[in-house]
Design a protein around this ligand. Structure first.
Ligand code: NAD
Ligand code: DAU
Length: 337
């Protein structure tokens, strides 16, 4: 039985990954360490919290003593680090916490992986470390890092640390760099769920700038299968871009959402642009496809419909997040333990 420490497993991508592994990989035990910041939500793990191959622990990746204790107690083989402050807008208004969690937190995990001689350290990074593209071209694994926001700068710093720990102490690692994810359980500060929530409530949809910024959307389940392939098959030291070849302008995505929800395009409201707003991202995922045999399972037009319909069917989850009630869930789940 493989024992993996998954960090940030109550967030959007981490919880999708935990649910996928518990469903599809019976020989894997997950210790799920999450600080439950505003973005962490145990309701993302409904039905899986008590799974026999899952142990949830509330804690901080910056807490070295706790990490060492978990690795010893659960005989952890590998760390997959999803935990991060993940929202670009928040990094522009409050960068400090991004340095603490995304850089110092990753450093703490790397020290533990080195000292405990773990078999593998997988860092979940982002295409934003490459900066932005003009109208042509795609990011490859050879594109120089050129991050533009405090968020992406903190993620790029973490990537450098991971590589440096591999070079200096020989820790076995991989880095994955994925494009924009969408799907079930995404916190409604991110563009797609924010627009769905506003449209459902007949509120204006705030489009930054001219709405023509391009993102390369990947369905979250497909990101999770890619990470699993990396975990199972990748040689140490390799970096993989992950993306679904689904480039869309923000206005195209918002148009699809409004059509599906049968809401008028007049809800769109152009607002002041994000500072330093990256114009375009596009991922060349040839390496992971050729070397590990990964490919995405859905195209954007299917995935976005599944996603919108999920939000329609899970309005209680959405309401709990928007109202902040989900943050009381931990106390109610754990008060008698
Ligand atoms: P998220 O904000 O939804 O979840 C982050 C999780 O980390 C939350 O559960 C939060 O409670 C937890 N966390 C934050 N600080 C912590 C700390 N100090 N200790 C322990 N837990 C902590 O983020 P997400 O969208 O699921 O992203 C997960 C990872 O994937 C991040 O590393 C992000 O940089 C990366 N990524 C995200 C996307 C995307 O489109 N969302 C794309 C590429 C890469
Ligand atoms: O590319 C991967 C990255 O994708 C991840 O590393 C980040 O964690 C994740 O948050 C995401 O970053 P973006 O900044 O691209 O995602 P966001 O959903 O915040 O914005 C998507 C696009 O929509 C972007 O061009 C900004 C725009 N936008 C966003 C919001 C929240 C709006 O026009 N209006 C909005 O209200």
């Amino acid at each position: 039985m493989k024992k993996i420490l998954v960090t940030g497993g109550a967030g959007f991508i981490g919880s999708n990954f935990v649910r996928m592994v518990l469903t599809e990989q019976p020989d894997c035990f997950i210790v799920n360490l999450d600080k439950l910041t505003y973005a962490g939500n145990l309701e993302n793990l409904t039905g899986f919290l008590e799974h026999k191959n899952h142990k949830f622990i509330k804690g901080d990746i910056c807490d070295g003593e706790l990490i060492a204790k978990i690795i010893d107690e659960y005989k952890i083989d590998a760390i997959i680090n999803f935990a991060a402050e993940s929202h670009v807008d928040r990094s522009i208004s409050e960068p400090k916490i991004f340095i603490d969690t995304n850089i110092a937190g990753t450093l703490t995990l790397l020290e533990a992986a080195r000292d405990k001689k773990l078999e593998r350290f997988i860092q979940i990074s982002t295409d934003e470390v490459y900066g932005e593209l003009g109208p042509d071209g795609m990011f490859t694994e050879q594109t120089p890092l050129s991050p533009n926001s405090p968020y992406s700068a903190s993620k790029a710093s973490a990537d450098h640390l991971v590589r440096a720990f591999g070079h200096t102490w020989g820790i076995k690692y991989n880095i994955t760099r994925c494009s924009n994810n969408y799907g079930e359980y995404q916190f409604p500060e991110k563009m797609i769920p924010l627009m769905i929530n506003n449209a459902l409530n007949d509120k204006d949809l705030p489009v930054y700038g001219d709405g023509l910024n391009v993102r390369d959307w990947l369905y979250v389940y497909d990101h999770c299968t890619a990470i699993w392939q990396v975990f199972e098959k990748a040689p140490s030291g390799e970096i993989y871009n992950i993306g679904g070849c689904n480039e869309k302008t923000n206005l195209e995505v918002i148009g699809l959402i409004l059509n599906r929800l049968k809401k008028p395009q007049s809800l769109i409201k152009f607002v002041k642009d994000r500072l330093g707003h990256d114009r375009r991202y596009a991922i060349d995922a040839t390496k992971i496809m050729n070397e590990l045999g990964w490919k995405p399972s859905v195209i954007f037009e299917e995935g976005i419909v599944k996603t919108i319909d999920w939000y329609l069917q899970n309005q209680e989850w959405l309401q709990n997040v928007v109202s902040g009630d989900y943050q009381k869930y931990y106390e109610s789940m754990y008060e008698n333990r």
